[in-house]
Design a protein around this ligand. Structure first.
Ligand code: ASP
Length: 314
């Protein structure tokens, strides 16, 4: 039994208003990721490589907030975070505030394979990644017109970090959604893995680190469960959110209850968001408390994707 779930970020408040003109492209990307990587898992690829490829494919999609198309920080630059974890041996890797590589998640995987240290930061992380074969790119290549426009709106409104979330009335619709990407998988050997990658939040201050690269906050995998989170990172850090799901499972909660209770813990701290999780029995949960979460899963050859409350099959 193999399985895969992905997300492309959560955001917004109130009832879902239906898909935007840009959403078919996001859905097509998710569908492609699920069918490609789902088949690879069936053919025997391991879970760690599966989540890496899934996240790389979404980093390549400019409409998600990771890799090219990452959101823009207060100073006008793109800085990206990513982390990855394998459940069987607690191996993990993370890169923080990288600025000139195409695939932060591949860099995080190389950090994991390198064993020590498990987290690299800033220009040292960029240099390590490039030295290990990750494609180097210019900042200008990472920055898209859509993100420039969102950043300009944020600047004009002189807003706080995170103001591009749809719940800011200055921001018109969920094109402004956060768009962080993540994947969780179980492979043929029953090994679980999780990966998350992001540009963070529009207007974030210099040096800000969200939950995405922090193991136990944005990403977690052990022998029972793999978890990837999305939402306002500070609240996910303050609750060790991804690890909280694992703790709750150990205490006997079902995967569904554990995910729901974790999100209920995060929300009062200002961190409404969503989570994807897969357990060692292949159960998948993809709940969220925002207006929407780009999400989908592949299980037994069946693909489901969704943005608002409903999922559709393909
Ligand atoms: N969690 C990410 C961060 O705080 C943002 C997101 O999920 O959209 O950097």
């Amino acid at each position: 039994m193999v399985g895969l779930a992905i997300h492309g970020g959560a955001g917004g408040d109130g009832p879902w208003k239906g898909p935007t003109d840009l959403d078919p492209q996001r859905i097509a990307c998710m569908h492609n990721v699920l069918s490609t990587v789902g088949s690879m898992l069936e053919s025997g690829i391991d879970a760690l490589e599966a989540v890496t490829i899934a996240v790389e494919m979404m980093e390549n999609e400019p409409l998600f907030n990771a890799g090219i198309g990452s959101v823009i920080a207060a100073d006008g630059s793109v800085t990206m975070d990513a982390s990855i974890m394998r459940g069987s041996d607690s191996a993990t890797g993370s890169v923080v505030n990288v600025t000139k590589i195409r695939h932060p998640i591949r860099a995080a995987k190389i950090v994991l394979e390198n064993n020590w240290p498990v987290m690299l930061n800033g220009s040292a992380a960029d240099d390590f990644a490039i030295k290990n074969g990750i494609e180097e790119v210019e900042q200008e290549w990472l920055i898209t017109d859509l993100r420039k426009a969102q950043w300009q709106k944020w600047k004009d409104a002189n807003s706080r970090p995170g103001s591009t979330d749809e719940d800011d009335s200055a921001m018109l619709d969920h094109d402004e959604g956060m768009g962080t990407v993540g994947a969780v998988a179980i492979d043929k050997n029953g090994i679980l893995a999780a990966a998350t990658s992001t540009g963070g939040m529009t207007g974030k201050p210099d040096g800000r680190i969200g939950d995405t690269p922090i193991i136990g906050a944005g990403t977690w995998a052990d022998q029972k469960v793999a978890v990837s989170c999305t939402g306002v990172g500070e609240a996910f850090i303050r609750t060790c959110a991804a690890h909280e799901v694992a703790t709750r499972l150990r205490l006997g909660e079902s995967l569904e209850t554990a995910c729901k209770n974790m999100l209920d813990m995060v929300a009062p701290l200002g961190g409404r968001g969503g989570v994807i999780a897969i357990d060692s029995d292949g159960n998948i949960e993809i709940p969220f408390q925002t207006m929407l979460m780009y999400r989908g899963y592949w299980k037994d050859g069946e693909i489901m994707t969704g943005i608002g409350p409903d999922l559709s099959s393909h």
